[in-house]
Design a protein around this ligand. Structure first.
Ligand SMILES: *Cc1c(COP(=O)(O)O)cnc(C)c1O
Length: 234
């Protein structure tokens, strides 16, 4: 198995190449290393190799790992579906939440953030492919959700996140990434503080280069960094 450092170097090269094709500054694209199912010693190896943003998508697993790795100077990004009754855990241990997709969750997260004198940076998750199997607000309902969440003082909306439909050929996903970027531009037109609305969390192991070409500022990469995951998560 390749070391995390070797995988990271290859990913950075590919991200840089995608940036130059698109005329973008590589410093404007940050890598969120998705550590779900990855054991803590391999996560440490990744942090030693230079990872600074870590992503988890099961809240109990996130809490366990964040406690076990609390000596590391990293930011934890929650990227998975979050039940409202788990908002407290996210507010306790996660730095960012990428997956705010409904008002009920936002209201609960805001309440938990204010209790702790926190302002949590969040992204609104959009279901760009209108897929039954995926969470996310529909593009049509996004402006209404944005206006409601932007009014909550415990949350700071920084941008949008998506999990687009899967294609064997990553190029076919391009229109969905482009749609997310257009939706962000439209929101900036109605945002009270458009300068804060800058993040596009899109792109995973199989399609991050296309996402970078279309404006991703946060790419979420697991398999390409840490290797394959077991078919069933622990
Ligand atoms: C697992 C996961 C990723 C990373 O997927 P890979 O294909 O392993 O890179 C990204 N985003 C979310 C929401 C995930 O659950």
């Amino acid at each position: 198995m390749a070391t995390v450092a070797e995988n990271l170097e290859r990913i950075r090269e590919r991200m840089n190449a995608a940036c130059s094709r698109a005329g973008r500054d590589p410093a404007a694209v940050r890598l969120v290393a998705v550590t779900k199912t990855v054991p803590t010693d391999r996560i440490r190896e990744g942090v030693e190799a230079g990872l600074t943003l870590l992503g988890e998508n099961y809240i109990q697993e996130a809490r366990r790992k964040i406690e076990a790795l609390e000596d590391l100077a990293v930011s934890w990004h929650f990227i998975g579906h979050l039940q409202s009754n788990k908002a407290r855990v996210a507010a306790e241990c996660c730095d960012w939440v990428h997956s705010v997709d409904r008002l009920r969750l936002a209201v609960e997260l805001d309440r938990q953030a204010r209790k702790r004198n926190r302002v949590i940076p969040v992204l609104l998750q959009v279901n760009v492919g209108d897929e039954q199997s995926k969470s996310g607000v529909s593009p049509d309902d996004l402006p209404k959700l944005f206006e409601a969440v932007a009014a909550l003082s415990g949350l700071s909306v920084r941008g949008l996140m998506t999990l687009p439909p899967y294609f064997e050929n990553a190029r076919e996903v391009r229109p969905f990434f482009r749609l997310l970027r257009e939706l962000l531009e439209r929101l900036r037109g109605i945002a009270p503080r458009p300068g804060e609305l800058t993040e596009l969390s899109m792109g995973m192991s199989n399609d991050f280069e296309v996402a970078v070409e279309e404006g991703a500022t946060l790419v979420r990469i697991g398999t390409a960094l840490f290797g394959g995951r077991p078919a069933i998560s622990p």
